[in-house]
Design a protein around this ligand. Structure first.
Ligand code: AMP
Length: 203
């Protein structure tokens, strides 16, 4: 979606997994949290996000994927955009039932090289386990294991759910249903953002 809109896409999960793969100090610090389904500490994530945002050119927008996941991250982002003179971000929450979530994760395959994501039923790669884009062997992520998933849901409820009211209070929360095909959900997000940014005054 980011590329069709001409936006940067920064997934904090991808960024952290790249650090783990490269064997960096940051990656070593993050790995234990990621593999067990916990959140990587705010100061580690914020340092990595700040560094990456600094490489983006100022006149192009961006989608932050998987960030902010805690209130301190949301506050830090708000401060950073205010300091940079940018408009305040909108938060998009994609709602799915736990059953749908499990189905999506159990069929997901990820390219560790270019970060493309596939699903065995909804978006299968042309060749069973090989990335269509770059030919790398696709993997199942260690944190997609059913045992880790329970911890991730618990962490979401405790640490990420409060971020929703942070954005709701600012009138910047966009909630969409994640049910249906990939294209349907993308379309829903796009039209919700348009509605949200122009509001009923335009109608
Ligand atoms: P994701 O690829 O977004 O599902 O993230 C995978 C894992 O990376 C999470 O379960 C966390 O351990 C870690 N992670 C990604 N984004 C964040 C974040 N914003 N704050 C803390 N940990 C994160």
């Amino acid at each position: 979606m980011a590329s069709c809109l001409g936006l940067y896409h920064l997934s904090t999960g991808d960024l952290l997994r790249d650090e783990v793969r490269s064997g960096s100090e940051l990656g070593a610090a993050a790995r234990q949290y990621m593999d067990s389904g916990r959140l990587v500490p705010d100061e580690v994530v914020l340092g990595a996000v700040r560094q990456r945002l600094g490489t983006f050119s100022a006149n192009r927008g961006f989608i932050l994927d998987g960030f902010p996941r805690t209130l301190p991250q949301a506050i830090a982002l708000e401060q950073a955009v205010e300091e940079a003179g940018l408009c305040l971000p909108k938060a998009v929450v994609i709602e799915v039932s736990e059953e749908t979530l499990l189905g999506r994760l159990s069929g997901r395959l990820t390219c560790p090289q270019c970060h493309a994501i596939y699903h065995l039923q909804a978006k299968p790669p042309r060749d069973e386990r090989i990335c269509d884009n770059c030919g790398t062997e696709l993997i199942r992520r260690p944190d997609e294991d059913a045992r880790v998933l329970g911890e991730r849901l618990r962490v979401y409820a405790g640490e990420t759910e409060p971020v929703r009211s942070f954005y709701r209070k600012r009138g910047a929360l966009v909630e969409v249903s994640g049910d249906g095909r990939i294209e349907e959900v993308s379309e829903r997000i796009l039209s919700a953002l348009r509605l949200h940014s122009h509001g009923p005054l335009e109608e």
